[in-house]
Write a protein that binds this ligand. Structure first.
Ligand code: NAD
Length: 473
């Protein structure tokens, strides 16, 4: 484990994080008294650093899993800047007390909600968008006036080291710092009485985090995963749908929390949709006909463990009768898995039970919208639901009948790029929301205030002693 305050002491890891935590806790009191301008100054510094270090960010992502620079620009750098700049534009307004109307029973009082920092926060980040998914909650934590410790994923060590350098260059470690390490480090951190924990990762680890938070009654935001379905009906523009689905699936080689996980398509348009999807893969990743593996626009699987996991999902599905419709090439040495369409995977196969988190896309035909709805609702709540249809009635039906963390109609993934749309899951896919004002609120305590005039109260008639007149009320 490496702490970025001073050379790592020889003492036990838990002692070091404890010390760091205590320093942040002491500083949190001063941070609480700062105005929005100081918070904005930190956010501006962060934004400038990202601009100045664009090449280093691209290189780190390439080193960790050969992520194409263009994808890093959009999904790590631009997305981080959107969040920071939106926060900067709105921070003054968000931090003002929000007036609340007065009911007749409390006439004469003034009422408002004021936002105060939670204190010392922990951000645990995953590896799949390792820069953006640390910066996004950091922007919200800073906007709300907190101190925080970031624990990046050990699976993307180059990005973790870059985040650590960034924090060293920008912040006093008593305000923001990075602690690198694996789950043992996360476990040591989770023993500390943080005021809020923002976790992004798998539902399995989310449960561990929530249990640890319960020990200190810390609040949590859990940004988890799951199987996000796409539903394509017979009114959809199939070319448009195919392009948007394969873009959402292909970016980061399918290692995206909101990637389309499986496609439910109305039987009558299945073949046409599959042909369009194959064509998109050719246009996106193989325009020269040299094979997708030669594409500079396609990332690799992050490590051998995940490569083997995804490859075995495919093998297992085939063994249970699934057919590959296109793709299917895997190369362990390169950790390369081709975008792969398959059909006929049984509902009980692992590929239809586990989050795929890779470039495999099962296709499932359906006859009625009710049938498609039942397939989705027989599983745990998805993080995202994608509906491709030109029928307003069908869109309404699916949105109303399928619970999900978020949704796009005739699009994939882009709902997470809108800073005014609260982002997050529901049930198994998460708890609490991130981005924009929702993210700011997640890192704030909403303190409710009722202000009365001296000598006035609306409830004097309810004071003891309880005469018959009081009891009548
Ligand atoms: P993960 O749960 O394995 O790890 C996430 C973080 O938790 C890492 O920093 C890791 O070191 C730490 N961790 C691992 N085991 C731990 C333990 N036992 N105790 C404490 N901490 C532990 O997830 P991952 O593989 O990094 O990411 C993939 C998952 O994250 C997928 O399920 C994906 O859908 C989800 N995800 C969700 C979002 C979202 O915004 N909802 C975004 C990205 C990824």
């Amino acid at each position: 484990m490496e702490l970025h305050t001073a050379p790592a002491p020889a003492a036990a890891a838990s002692d070091s994080v404890e010390l760091l935590f205590q320093r942040q806790r002491a500083r949190a009191e001063a941070l609480r008294r700062e105005g929005w301008e100081s918070r904005a100054a930190r956010l501006r510094k962060l934004s400038r650093w990202i601009d100045d270090n664009r090449a280093a960010i691209q290189q780190a992502l390439y080193a960790d899993f050969r992520k194409p620079a263009a994808e890093t620009d959009v999904s790590e750098i631009w997305s981080s800047q959107v969040e920071i700049k939106h926060t900067l534009r709105n921070l003054k307004q968000w931090t003002q007390p929000r007036p609340v109307g007065t009911p007749i029973s409390l006439m004469g009082t003034r009422n408002w909600v004021q936002y105060e920092p939670k204190g010392v926060c922990l951000i645990i980040a995953p590896w799949n968008y390792p820069f953006y998914l640390a910066i996004d909650p950091l922007a919200s934590a800073l906007a709300a006036g907190n101190a925080c410790i970031i624990k990046p994923s050990e699976i993307t060590p180059t990005v973790a080291a870059l985040l650590a350098r960034m924090c060293r260059e920008l912040f006093d470690p008593a305000e923001v710092t990075v602690v690198e390490g694996d789950k043992d480090v996360a476990t040591a951190l989770l023993k500390l009485p943080f005021n809020h924990i923002f976790f992004t990762g798998s539902p399995q680890v989310g449960k561990i985090v929530m249990r640890a938070a319960a020990e200190h009654l810390a609040s949590v935001t859990l940004e988890l995963g799951g199987k996000s379905p796409v539903i394509v009906d017979d009114t959809a523009d199939l070319r448009d749908a195919a392009e948007k689905i394969m873009w959402g699936k292909g970016i980061n080689a399918g290692q995206t929390c909101v990637a389309p996980d499986y496609v439910l398509v109305q039987e009558s348009v299945k073949e046409k949709l599959v042909e369009e999807m194959k064509d998109v893969v050719r246009r996106f990743y193989d325009p020269e006909g040299e094979g997708v593996a030669a594409s500079k626009s396609y990332a690799r699987i992050v490590n051998q463990h995940h490569f083997q996991r995804i490859a075995s999902l495919l093998e297992d599905a085939q063994a249970q009768g699934a057919n590959i419709l296109s793709g299917g090439m895997v190369d362990a040495g390169q950790r390369f898995i081709e975008p792969t369409l398959l059909e006929g995977a049984p509902a009980e196969s692992r590929i239809m039970q586990e989050e795929i988190f890779g470039p495999l896309l099962p296709i499932i035909p359906f006859r009625t919208l009710m049938e498609a709805t039942d397939v989705v609702n027989s599983r745990l709540q998805p993080l995202a639901l994608y509906v491709f249809s030109q029928s307003a009635e069908h869109q309404r039906y699916l949105l109303q009948n399928i619970p999900a963390g978020g949704s796009c109609v005739n699009e994939t993934i882009l709902h997470l790029a809108h800073p005014d749309l609260p982002f997050g899951g529901f049930g198994n896919s998460g708890l609490g929301k991130a981005h924009g004002f929702a993210g700011f609120v997640g890192f704030s305590n909403e303190k409710s205030v009722l202000k009365q005039r001296v000598g006035r109260t609306g409830i004097k008639t309810m004071y003891p002693p309880y005469t018959p007149k009081v009891r009548k009320m």
